[in-house]
Design a protein around this ligand. Structure first.
Ligand code: SAM
Length: 174
């Protein structure tokens, strides 16, 4: 109820509205992170559900979220469920203005209209061994390595080294 109210409010104010990941999206994201370790960032972390799922799988997670009510909610949830800040940190910050080069795992459930420009930012900043997982909306011109689920729950995984090689090949073939 409270989160629905936040969703309505945020939906009017932001280019990318708040819409929480479904259970299946979260499960699909975790499947695509199997075998991975290290630092993970969720771009637009909402109520923190992807961050909490990833932190319980052992990732050191950061959620960037622009809406302070959602940041407060996620921080409170971390407190009352006993998740330490070394495993899950929620930062009120615009991820477009944040350097993401220290993350080797990225999750994003955003909107189709931002995926092109997000792809450019990630290609500039991420280390070669990074994996990017996107929920529902794929990158327009990236080859995907894996995808799980279907319809609204479809989730896509991309490895940055492979994407860079593919894009270099595509450009040089033109
Ligand atoms: C579709 S929701 C996804 C929430 C969460 N990741 C999940 O999967 O449940 C997108 C979130 O991105 C946040 N957001 C939009 N633009 C942002 C920005 N520039 N910086 C940080 N957060 C942003 C919105 O407030 C919203 O909570």
């Amino acid at each position: 109820m409270v989160l629905q109210a936040i969703a309505t409010y945020v939906g009017k104010e932001q280019r990318v509205p708040y819409l929480p990941s479904s259970k299946n999206q979260t499960l699909n994201t975790m499947k695509l992170l199997e075998g991975r370790t290290g630092r993970l960032v969720d771009l637009g972390s909402g109520d923190g559900r992807l961050v909490f799922a990833a932190s319980s799988a052992g990732f050191q997670c950061t959620g960037f979220e622009i809406n302070s009510l959602l940041v407060a909610y996620a921080r409170s949830k971390a407190l009352w469920t006993g998740v330490p800040s070394s495993q899950a940190t929620f930062v009120k910050k615009d991820f477009w203005k944040t350097d993401l080069s220290s993350y080797n795992n990225v999750t994003a459930f955003l909107a189709p209209g931002v995926m092109g420009v997000l792809g450019e930012k990630l290609l500039k900043e991420l280390p070669g061994n990074a994996r990017v997982i996107t929920c529902r909306f794929p990158f327009p011109n990236w080859p995907q390595r894996l995808s799980v689920g279907s319809g609204l729950d479809q989730t896509f995984a991309y490895d940055i080294d492979a994407v860079r090689s593919h894009l270099r090949i595509s450009v040089s073939a033109q």
